[in-house]
Write a protein that binds this ligand. Structure first.
Ligand code: ATP
Length: 595
């Protein structure tokens, strides 16, 4: 396929808001791809050259793109004026590029972009600009529009994973019938390029028995909620419990012989900086992003264990040696950074609290029972000499009383609550069911859990808050059925002055000029500024109530659910927006509250 054809598909997708239509167009695109360019097209569609979990980024800031475009416009002012007007370098490129297309193929453009992404080290910025300019001299305006957006990390086709998985089913079956099977395969090996290629080449049957593969992130198993100890015990009877640690979820992969990536690209590229040659450890967040660079201390500890390969599910949490206590999530999450990692390793030492084993010495463990997984995990972690790798406390509770006592003990120790785990269960990637149930300690609130909301916009502040540039946030939850974000609360109280200062620049970065198509909010609550749904905020509230003002999980009478007295707990959770609390979950929490 020519890159121009792909760009025309992108133009079509960008204009559509109906998910069904998007699915059909995307399916059509998939069917038109040649067998040897599927992966490349899939990654480009995600605005990348490699799967999301491989940390190869373009690092091509808007300023660099402006430089390239100035070369074509011949005049600096034209570019800056256009950019000022549109705020989108894709649109700027579209207006400035006047050349005719040289008809590069999808694969050729992928190779060129991959080279740009792999450039690093001294002199690489100039080289990147040179190569991007060369690429642009071969593109027409439509191609340049999307190439520019891909390079600056702003493709925004509005394609969720869900739509892509639907489209693969459409492409091979003409309907959504294969969707569940495809989703399962994707949850075991989260590489959209690999899954699509496999299915389009060999049929859906070929991914049916996909196992966990070390190095490729597995979708994290999620948990259900219950209101109290009694209802958990009624449901599970005797079972295993573990403390709920409030850190960052980390899936740790280890392969003694090392993961090799992009060596082909390396050969093509004299400037390769050699950073990502052969890793033995990969660490993924719950969003399947790479955390490997942030936890060199964990990587060292894991590599010292005597196994050939390993995948463990864990919570990484900041730990204060002086007081023998864990840091709150906010502190731990400061380890998440690009620069100054070394300093942070010392400032915020962490502990890995490992609570499951997914893979061991070449074997997928997810189909083994929990008892076996935990006993093997405990045995392996005993080898650790650094004190970094810890086996989560995992006692069995035989009675409701015992469960209540243990829960109280963990709360006394300053932990968030517990996760109850059913005897005899396997590890089902990406699922949320009552095999795992969380119970958190809440004082004032009537809700069994905090709510993970998505920032949809903000209101300017009045009075003392005017100086912060905003006074309140508009928050929404995610509706999985419609792939929309529905407003659930306006949050103004509980934001501290120092938080205002931290939040403001984040909002400024994601500000957009109009309401996104997939955001639902009543007219009079429309915020002063809209933002791209990108940031997840964990909030606590007194109650969930029915309300005509909000559109979350709306009933037939037009009443949605909203949060009473919402209070901010964490701005910027380690979650993707589509992993925020869903309309279905909010409804369940509302029911639980009424119980
Ligand atoms: P929360 O916001 O309450 O931390 P969540 O809604 O983000 O939770 P859930 O799937 O509901 O996500 O809760 C499970 C999360 O709890 C996991 O993603 C993991 O990060 C964390 N966790 C902490 N301790 C454990 C444990 N022992 N077993 C499983 N998950 C644990």
């Amino acid at each position: 396929m020519k890159f121009l054809e792909l760009s025309i598909y992108f133009s079509k997708l960008e204009l559509i808001s109906s998910r069904n239509e998007m699915t059909i167009i995307l399916a059509d695109l998939l069917k038109s791809l040649g067998k040897d360019e599927i992966k490349e097209a899939m990654y480009l569609m995600q605005g990348r050259v490699v799967p999301r979990f491989i940390p190869i980024e373009f690092n091509f800031a808007g300023k660099l793109m402006q430089k390239v475009l100035k070369g074509f416009a011949g005049d600096e002012k034209i570019v800056s004026d256009l950019f000022e007007k549109t705020g989108d370098l894709g649109l700027v490129a579209e207006q400035i590029i006047k050349t005719k297309t040289k008809n590069l193929s999808v694969k050729e453009v992928h190779v060129l972009l991959n080279e740009v992404a792999l450039l690093g080290g001294k002199g690489s910025v100039e080289e990147k600009i040179k190569r991007v300019a060369e690429l642009f001299s071969k593109l027409d305006k439509t191609e340049a529009k999307f190439a520019a957006r891909i390079l600056v990390g702003n493709l925004r086709l509005g394609l969720s994973d869900k739509t892509v998985l639907d489209a693969i089913s459409w492409a091979v079956a003409g309907d959504k019938s294969q969707r569940e099977l495809i989703e399962r395969a994707y949850s075991v090996r989260s590489d959209i390029g690999l899954i699509t290629e496999e299915i389009l080449k060999k049929g859906v049957g070929s991914v049916k028995d996909f196992n966990v593969e070390v190095g490729l992130p597995v979708a994290s198993k999620l948990v259900e909620r219950e209101k109290n100890v009694k209802s958990i015990f009624e449901r599970l009877g005797e079972h295993i419990i573990q403390p709920k640690y409030d850190g960052m979820r980390a899936q740790i992969h280890f392969l003694r012989k090392g993961f090799e990536i992009s060596l082909k690209a390396k050969e093509q590229n004299g400037f390769f900086d050699g950073q990502i040659e052969k890793q033995t450890v990969r660490i993924f967040s719950r969003n399947m992003e790479s955390l490997t660079d942030m936890f060199p201390d964990v990587a060292d500890a894991v590599a010292a264990i005597n196994v050939d390969s390993l995948v463990i599910d864990s919570e990484v949490i900041g730990y204060d040696e002086n007081t023998d206590t864990f840091f709150p999530f906010q502190e731990t999450s400061t380890r998440r950074r690009k620069y100054g990692v070394k300093e942070k390793v010392e400032e915020i030492p962490i502990k890995v609290m490992a609570f499951d084993l997914l893979y061991l010495n070449g074997k997928d463990m997810t189909l083994e029972k929990i008892e076996k997984r935990l006993s093997l995990l405990e045995k392996i972690l005993k080898q650790d000499k650094t004190g970094k790798l810890n086996f989560s406390d995992s006692p069995v509770v035989k009675t409701e009383k015992e469960l209540a006592e243990r829960f109280a003990k963990y709360i006394d120790l300053g932990l968030e609550g517990i996760i109850s785990k059913k005897h005899g269960t396997i590890y089902e990637p990406g699922t949320r069911n009552f095999d795992w149930i969380k119970l958190k300690f809440t004082t004032k609130s009537h809700i069994a859990d905090t709510i993970d909301t998505v920032v949809l916009g903000y209101y300017f502040g009045r009075g003392t808050r005017a100086k912060f540039g905003f006074g309140a946030l508009l928050l929404g939850i995610y509706n999985r059925k419609t792939d929309e974000f529905e407003s659930v609360a306006k949050l103004g109280t509980g934001i501290k002055d120092e938080d205002f200062l931290k939040i403001r620049p984040v909002l400024e970065k994601i500000k957009i000029s109009a309401k996104p198509k997939n955001v639902k909010v009543v007219k009079f609550l429309e915020p002063d500024e809209w933002v791209e749904p990108k940031v997840v905020v964990e909030v606590d509230a007194d109650e969930i109530t029915k309300s005509k003002n909000h559109m979350a999980a709306m009933d037939k009478e037009g009443r949605g659910l909203s949060l009473r007295f919402p209070r901010m707990k964490v701005f910027g959770r380690d979650k993707e927006v589509r992993q925020a609390t869903t309309a279905e979950e909010l409804k369940k929490l509302f029911q639980l509250q009424k119980k």
